[in-house]
Design a protein around this ligand. Structure first.
Ligand code: SF4
Ligand code: SF4
Length: 436
């Protein structure tokens, strides 16, 4: 049997739980009665508000302006009225200002007819991506126009598109690849025109065979120079570093970026957003979110207006089947636990999960038995057991010297630890305190 490529160092194989929702076609969440739209939905500085309480707004209107180089514009998802500008706490604990918007009940949505874009130059395309507020939708939310701005003198060897979706439960990208194949591919070709790569590869894990077949079929029909690479299933292959290792066998050195090894990496959801931005002049005002987890009555993939509250999504999925152990925004490995169902969906919200307690989570924490499993599982080649000990003793200096900042917070170490030590929490804490 053919041995599929993957990254070499570390990684784990959690139960992917994709079958709970991967056959659920994308549905649209009806327009909620109120949206809460944060000005910080991206990595970098929050956008500055361009509107105030009482202002009328229209769908697609820019209501938050990027405030620095690493920042992104924010656009209004609906026609309506701004009823407040107040502080909110997001799932990732970020505190930010947010517009509260009441949609116009009789005519809430905008229209986005397709328009020609073939004649646009790479610079014009990049300007549209920036103007439409596109950021990475895979969770990292890095402003896309910054990522696609290739400095003069640099060349791009490979554009690598991330169709891996390696986090358990999440199936939003899977459904996009199946249901919006042509638009995802056209979005990739727009990025290719902007960045000029020599080759284009989409990496997809082999637990999405139907998406791989659909992408290949549409690529052949459209005649695009894109290769689809089926990858062995292994977490965290969706990370840029692991994805580049798996697809083009390049290693990003510590502290460097994909461009430093001649690559641009972007997610399939972001490619779709780029298509809508360029071909429809539609800002990033909605996204696909997976609703899943054992405690969720119905599992779904929903196209959701940004600013919709989690409670609206759960209600549309029939509510809860039973009380979950925890709610997670994103995937269970790298997502954020939250308690307040009034938090809004933002540009990086890939999933809302209501999870039962894992059998292993019931086991008590015991002392380290020096088994080395965390070291073997770490895809960054770190020594989680030693780092954890140093962080426990507040010796951040030595932890930093042992490359703590290279930690991706992927959770492979915690997942592998038979002593149930909260290793990844230790890494997060150490990174935060060590940086000061
Ligand atoms: S969380 Fe950090 S230390 Fe743990 S396995 Fe991932 S990269 Fe390694
Ligand atoms: S996996 Fe857990 S028990 Fe084993 S060495 Fe690492 S910290 Fe210790």
């Amino acid at each position: 049997m053919e041995r599929l490529p993957t990254f070499s160092k570390g990684g784990v194989h959690p139960d992917d739980k994709k079958a709970l929702s991967n056959n659920q076609a994308i549905q649209r969440l009806p327009v909620p009665s109120e949206l809460v739209l944060p000005l910080s939905q991206h990595l970098g500085a929050p956008a500055s508000p361009l509107k105030q309480k009482g202002d009328m707004v229209v769908a697609g209107e820019k209501i938050g302006k990027a405030s620095s180089f690493i920042s992104a514009d924010v656009h209004c998802p609906v026609n309506g009225t701004i009823t407040d500008l107040r502080k909110v706490v997001l799932a990732n604990s970020v505190v930010t200002d947010a517009f509260v918007i009441t949609p116009d009940a009789s005519n809430p949505l905008g229209e986005w007819p397709e328009q020609p874009y073939d004649a646009l130059s790479p610079e014009e395309l990049l300007a549209i991506v920036k103007d439409m507020g596109v950021v990475g939708t895979g969770g990292a939310t890095f402003p896309t126009h910054v990522k696609l701005s290739v400095p003069k003198g640099r060349t791009v060897d490979a554009l690598v598109v991330n169709g891996v979706e390696c986090e358990p439960y999440l199936t939003a990208d899977h459904r996009l690849m199946l249901e919006e194949t042509e638009r995802v591919l056209r979005g990739i070709m727009i990025v290719a025109k902007i960045t000029g790569p020599k080759r284009i590869i989409i990496g997809v894990e082999n637990n999405k065979k139907d998406a791989i077949a659909m992408l290949r079929q549409e690529i052949a029909r459209l005649g695009f120079p894109i290769t689809v690479m089926a990858l062995r299933v292994k977490y965290p292959q969706g990370d840029e570093k692991q994805l580049l290792k798996a697809t083009i066998k390049r290693e990003i050195p510590s502290g460097k970026l994909p461009l430093d090894v001649g690559a641009v990496v972007l997610n399939v959801g972001t490619s779709f957003a780029i298509y809508e931005a360029v071909a429809m002049r539609k800002p990033l005002i909605d996204r696909v979110v997976t609703i899943s987890g054992e405690a969720m009555k119905e599992k779904k993939n929903l196209r959701v207006l940004l600013g919709s509250k989690v409670a609206d999504l759960i209600a549309f999925a029939g509510g809860l089947d039973h009380e979950p152990d925890k709610f997670i925004s994103g995937g269970p490995m790298m997502g954020f636990a939250f308690h307040d169902d009034q938090i809004p969906v933002i540009k990086g919200t890939s999933g809302i999960l209501a999870l039962d307690k894992e059998p292993s989570a019931k086991a008590p924490t015991t002392p380290c038995i020096s088994c080395g499993r965390c070291v073997a599982a770490c895809p960054m080649g770190l020594q989680p057991t030693k780092l954890y000990r140093l962080i426990e003793h507040r010796d951040y200096e030595r932890a930093m010297a042992m490359n703590l900042m290279d930690c991706k917070e992927c959770g492979c170490c915690s997942y592998s630890c038979p002593a149930h030590l909260p290793l990844v929490h230790g890494m997060k804490l150490g990174k935060r305190l060590g940086r000061k």
